[in-house]
Design a protein around this ligand. Structure first.
Ligand code: 5GP
Ligand code: ZN
Length: 141
C-alpha cells in the first residue's frame, strides 16, 4: 500500500475531481485551489520530482499540458495562466509526487502572487556567461 496521496488518487482509493486521463498522466482539481480552475497534472507512475522524470515521462506530461490549459482558457476565459512546479520543500513542494500546477489568472488580487525580485547588479553579464558555460558543459556530459 502506497502512502503517497497522489498515487492513491491515481489508484482511485481516495477521491479526486479528475479532469483528464490518458495512459500516462492524470489531471485533477487541486483540493485547495488558489484560483478558480486550479488543476494539478501528474504522471501515473510515482516520481518525486523533476529530477526523477525520464524524458518520455516528461514528454507525456507536456503533451497533456496544452490540452488542459486550452480547456481552462476556453472554460474560464482567464487573463493569464501560470504553469508552476515546485521541487523540494525550499521551493514550496509539499506533496512528493511530481505535479505541475495549472493556475488560471484573473486579476492582481486573485490567490497567487508570482514576482521576480530582480537585482541586476547581482549577476553581471560576464558572470552569467560563465554560469552558462558551466551548465552547458554538464549537459554535454
Ligand atoms: P505543492 O506545494 O507540493 O507544489 O502543491 C501541492 C498541492 O497539492 C497543493 O496545492 C495542495 O492544495 C494539493 N493537495 C494536497 N493534498 C491534496 C489532495 O488530497 N487532493 C488534491 N486534489 N489536492 C491536494
Ligand atoms: Zn505517488
Amino acid at each position: 500500500m502506497t502512502s503517497c496521496i497522489f498515487c492513491k488518487i491515481v489508484e482511485g482509493t481516495i477521491p479526486g475531481e479528475k479532469v483528464y486521463e490518458d495512459d500516462h498522466v492524470i489531471a485533477f482539481m487541486d483540493i485547495m485551489p488558489v484560483t478558480k480552475g486550479h488543476v494539478l497534472l501528474i504522471p501515473k507512475t510515482h516520481r518525486e520530482n523533476v529530477y526523477e522524470l525520464t524524458e518520455e515521462e516528461a514528454a507525456n506530461l507536456f503533451k497533456a499540458a496544452p490540452k488542459i490549459a486550452n480547456a481552462l482558457k476556453e472554460e474560464f476565459q482567464p487573463s493569464g495562466m501560470n504553469l508552476l512546479q515546485n521541487n523540494g520543500s525550499f521551493a514550496g513542494q509539499s506533496v512528493y509526487h511530481f505535479h505541475m500546477h495549472l493556475i488560471p489568472r484573473y486579476d492582481k488580487t486573485d490567490g497567487l502572487k508570482v514576482e521576480f525580485n530582480t537585482k541586476v547588479e547581482q549577476f553581471p553579464m560576464d558572470v552569467v556567461s560563465e554560469l552558462a558555460t558551466n551548465i552547458s558543459r554538464r549537459l554535454q556530459e
